[in-house]
Every structure is written in C-alpha cells, then in structure tokens.
Design a protein around this ligand. Sequence first.
Ligand SMILES: [Zn+2]
Length: 343
Amino acid sequence: MDRPVLALDLGGTQVRAAVILADGSRVARQATGTPTAQGPQAVIQACIDSLAAARTDAPAGIDADLAGIGVSSPGPVNQWTGVIVSPPNLGPQFHDIPIAARLEAALGLPVYLERDTNVAALGEQAFGAARNVQDFLYVTVSTGVGGAVMVDGHLILGPDGTAGELGHVSIELDGPLCGCGGRGHLEAISSGVALARDARDAVARGVSPFLATRAAASPAGPDGLDARDVAEGEAAGDGVCERLMDHARRAFAMACAGFVNAFNPELIVVGGSIAEHQGDRLLDPARAEIRAGSFATPAARVRLVPAALGPDVSLAGAQPLVGLRLADERWRRGRADWGSSSP
Ligand SMILES: [Zn+2]
C-alpha cells in the first residue's frame, strides 16, 4: 500500500503516535506518559489526543490521504474485534477495552489493532531486517520476551490471535515461575524482569558484592536493580552477575535452537533493549547452539540478525498492518461485524 497511516504505540509507560509515510518514515511524532493510574478512560483519551495531535502536525496534504490507524498494544489482544483483552502492565481495570471502536468513533478512520510483537514483525519485514523474507521469527528480549511468527509472508495468529508467544515456552522443568503463571518459561529466565528478580535474590543472599553496592546506592534499594545492573556487574567481573547473564543467554540459545526445528525460519530477527545492549554476546551462543542442536538442514539456512528499527518498530509496522488488513476481505468483514455492535 502506498498511502500514509496514523500509528499508535500503546505501552505501559508511554503512549506514542506518529504519521507513517509509505516508505516507513515517521513524522509528526507525539509521546506522553501512559496515565495508567487514572484508569482505562484516561488511557484511551490519551491515545485519542496523541493521534489527533499527530494528524494536526502532519505535513500539508497528508491528512486527506490517511488510509487508517494501526494500533500496537501489549497482548493479549483480539485482533478481529479490536479489543485489548488483559495486558499485564496497563492497570488492574484495563480489561476487554474495545479500543478500535473507540478510536474509530473519535477519529473517523478504520482502526486495526495488533499485538506489539506482531506489529514489530510487520515493520521489520516492510522496512527493516526482514525485507524480502517470507519465513522468519521476530523475538524481543526486553522487560519481557515476546515473539511473532511469519510463515509464507503471513503472520501466524491462531484462532484466538495468541500464536507466536515465543517467550512462553518452557526451558527448565523446575525453573522459576513466569509472570503468566507458567513454569520455567524463557521469559522467566532471560527477560529484564527475570534478571531483576535474580539480582534482588543475589543481594538477599549476600553473594554479589557488585549488586549489593548498586542496591545500597539506589533510592529503591534492591528493588531498584534491573538487567542493566546485572550486565554491568558481569562487565566488572562479578561472578554472580556473570553466571546470571550466562544462564539468560544459554536459555535464549536453547529456545532458538528449538524454534529452528519447529519453524524452519530463514531469519530470526532479535530486538528489544537487552538484545540491543548485548549484541553478538546474546546472538553468538544462540548461533552456536543452533549449529550444535538443531536439525542440520534448517540450521544451515537460518541467520540470526539484530532488529533494524529499534524502539520505532511498533510505529513503523502500523503502515503495513493497515495496508494488509484493508486489502483483505476477511478483515473488512470483521470490522463491519464489530462496527454494528460496538459501544
Ligand atoms: Zn510465561
């Protein structure tokens, strides 16, 4: 599609909006804190205000050409009804919010909602590291570990829209509990939340001089520690930090080797803040584990590469998201269905 769209990136800390041109460039950017504590209505109003401001700030002539609005949200979401189901970090009342219907009523453009990692995969495919690639995985290693699966050029959604949650596969039978309630999941071992938990635990057990010093210097004490402290502890030669980072990287490597067997991807695109900071320190052990532990034929094909679009990926992906869904009769029909019954 060669038309611009409005993009909304709804996150736990920030609401961001922009106009995305057909070449993927982002203009008329807006950003504001997510008013989570004020409840869902305030969050939706912040979304509407940000999109309206992006529209006002867009270069002359763009507004009349806008094809629609693409919305990136933490999952789980119902893409077909445009409802955000129960994201973990948008506040306790943020359940079953019909955001697509609300934005469409306020702004008068067709709205398509998708999970943030799926939007990111579309963005990397259209404008980033997966250009011209039909079969790839997108994995983000950040506060959480998320994923998306692209097969034959199409996102795999599943009947409930939840497919591709690559962070929630079990790596350790008796491993730590995950935020989702599962046990030993990749996210429970390799994510920022997991490393922060392990850092607090190391301070409580008195085994890491580096983390103890960091915790003492933080106004929040051990609760102020995060993945960056653990990574910096490793760089400073702290033995516990080295073991924690190594464990996180090995879990990621084991998961990738399994993903190669399960999906035979051409590419695994790895994004997220931890992946960005770690670079090949994270990717090289995964490459080695794939060579050692995956089937030989898909292992010889797959390449692990860093994501190209950084934190903008969820904005950029709104352009192909809107383009693909407007071109697909099933999605147009779905919108007509919810449009007639939406509040
Ligand atoms: Zn989980």
